[in-house]
Design a protein around this ligand. Structure first.
Ligand SMILES: Nc1ncnc2c1ncn2[C@@H]1O[C@H](COP(=O)(O)OP(=O)(O)O)[C@@H](O)[C@H]1O
Ligand SMILES: O=P(O)(O)O[C@H]1O[C@H](CO)[C@@H](O[C@H]2O[C@H](CO)[C@@H](O)[C@H](O)[C@H]2O)[C@H](O)[C@H]1O
Length: 469
């Protein structure tokens, strides 16, 4: 290992966005290092490969470099370490936190030529394509001179807000190819329910056989007046828990109207995706395969989290019922990891974000069409989370449990009604499919929490126990 790789092997596992937590790291290799700025400060894009239990995953690191001892106090938290790179010792750090360097990314995106997402125009002058390419959607003007700030919060990626105008989301885990977030957001560019996409950055990553243009980051509109759906729902729940004698409908911060509008917005986005991108139907045989893949996830999760064992029978029963559904199931591109933290409420209505799918799943799987009921199930799970999470570790949990159930049920019903009203299939009429997707999502969450937030593991486990009761 080089000195830089040694430093990264200590730093990467401590990052929130590192998806391989819980498994020992065997190898760390800087596969490519492309300088965007040489000198002091310097800026490079690294693609780092992490080997764990025989498989390799790739991560993007935007590396800042400054002479050792010159990193400003406010960047100290971003330091990775000091190493000798080409002579003198330099401090290397996460450049996402350094506005002096990130302003350059916006400058380059602003100056980029316009082209369609996924298009690969030849390099100017016919020479080889530059290793890191800045691209802009046709018609999208990008202004410069905005200072960036890293968005705080639970994230699988790293997002920078530039002034009040743009969000640049750097995809941390890289999968060769076009990132589904860029692909779907670009397909929905005209939709009022999506933050407008402007531009992206890409590089080439090997898929084992060939070098594939791969999305590194996406620039889109910053919804500056927006509030996160999770925050709004949590406020409503808190309000109700302060008055547990009231029904959710009578408490001050009732969320059901918002949940219903969110259902309608979700249906509108699903309809737009079905218009813009390919659709298909799953035959009964393919439904059996889908049920088989849910079973596979359950097996993997139970091996890691034995607390799932008692519910194995009920979960398998739901997947077997899915395998017996004998009518074709319409499929299309969907969000894939839909929850309250992926939607924001603006003055004009709900806006959906982050069409990347489940961050840990291979990109081929995330780009595969699925039933829109999968997203419906994801959001229904999220209402359950919002109701339960304030009870984790609380001594009032037993008394508040019925109130939590009532809040979740009211908002689940409102969301489903809004979804059907907005032109989606009626979730009420597809209970077998919906239940299987909901269980599968809860099993995914068990693994997600075990790896990322062990103190929240009880939330999906308790939901599964309640669904199984
Ligand atoms: N365009 C945007 N406008 C306003 N807020 C945003 C925007 N993009 C992201 N956010 C905020 O950042 C959070 C995380 O963004 P997201 O795209 O879901 O990242 P990740 O894929 O890392 O989870 C969202 O929950 C939302 O609160
Ligand atoms: O938003 P991401 O793409 O990073 O999604 C991952 O992290 C989510 C948590 O931040 C996780 O969502 C789970 O927790 C939410 C509350 O924090 C809850 O609303 C969701 O229903 C629940 O699934 C998501 O599963 C994961 O992929």
């Amino acid at each position: 290992m080089t000195q830089l790789e040694e430093l990264l092997s200590d730093w990467i596992p401590r990052q929130r966005w590192f998806a391989g937590k819980g498994k020992p790291i065997e190898t760390v290799t800087v596969r490519t290092e492309h300088p965007l700025v040489s000198g002091d400060p310097g800026l490079s894009v690294l693609v780092v490969e992490i080997g764990q239990r025989g498989s390799v995953s790739r991560y993007q690191v935007l590396l800042g470099l400054r002479p050792a001892g010159t990193l400003r106090e406010e960047l100290a938290h971003a330091a990775i370490g000091v190493c000798r790179l080409g002579g003198a010792p330099r401090t290397v750090y996460d450049a996402s936190h350094d506005p002096e360097l990130t302003s350059l990314l916006l400058d380059r995106l602003s100056a980029a030529d316009g082209c369609g997402a996924g298009a690969h125009p030849p390099a100017e002058g016919g020479g080889p394509r530059p290793p890191v390419r800045f691209r802009r959607l046709p018609e999208a003007a990008v202004s410069t001179g905005h200072r960036s700030l890293v968005l705080k919060g639970e994230q699988s990626n790293t997002s920078l807000v530039y002034g009040e105008d743009y969000v640049l989301k750097s995809f941390r885990r890289l999968w060769p190819g076009l990132n589904p977030d860029l692909e779907l957001t670009a397909a929905l560019a005209e939709s009022p329910y999506v933050a407008r996409p402007y531009a992206w950055i890409e590089t080439d990553v090997s898929d084992g056989e060939r070098s594939v243009p791969t999305t590194l980051a996406m620039l889109q509109e910053y919804m500056r007046s927006a509030t996160d759906g999770w925050v709004l729902a949590a406020t409503s729940v808190r309000d109700l828990y302060a008055n547990p004698g009231l029904s959710p409908a009578d408490a001050g911060g009732d969320f059901a109207g918002e949940a219903e509008r969110l259902g309608a917005a979700t249906a509108a986005v699903h309809r737009a995706l079905a218009r813009e991108l390919p659709t298909d139907v799953l035959s009964p045989g393919a439904l059996r395969e889908l049920a088989g893949s849910m079973l596979g996830r359950l097996r993997r999760a139970t091996a890691e989290v034995p607390e799932l064992q008692p519910y194995g029978g009920v979960l398998r029963g739901a997947y077997e019922a899915l395998a017996r559904v004998d009518e074709p199931l319409p499929i299309q591109r969907v969000h894939g990891d839909y929850h309250l933290g992926q939607v924001v409420r603006t003055d004009a209505g709900w806006v959906l974000l982050d069409f990347e799918g489940e961050p840990a799943a291979p990109v081929e799987e995330r780009r595969r069409p699925s039933s829109p009921l999968r997203d419906v199930a994801g959001m229904l799970r999220s209402f359950d989370y919002a109701a339960r999470y304030q009870l984790v570790g609380s001594s009032s949990a037993p008394e508040l449990a019925p109130t939590a159930r009532a809040w979740a049920q009211r908002n689940r019903d409102a969301f489903s009604a809004g979804y059907a009203f907005g032109g989606g299939v009626d979730p009420e009429k597809h209970q077998t499919v919906l239940r299987a997707f909901e269980y599968d999502k809860a099993v995914y969450e068990v693994l997600y929490e075990a790896h990322n937030r062990p103190s929240w593991l009880r939330i999906p486990l308790d939901s599964i126990a309640a669904l199984a009761a």
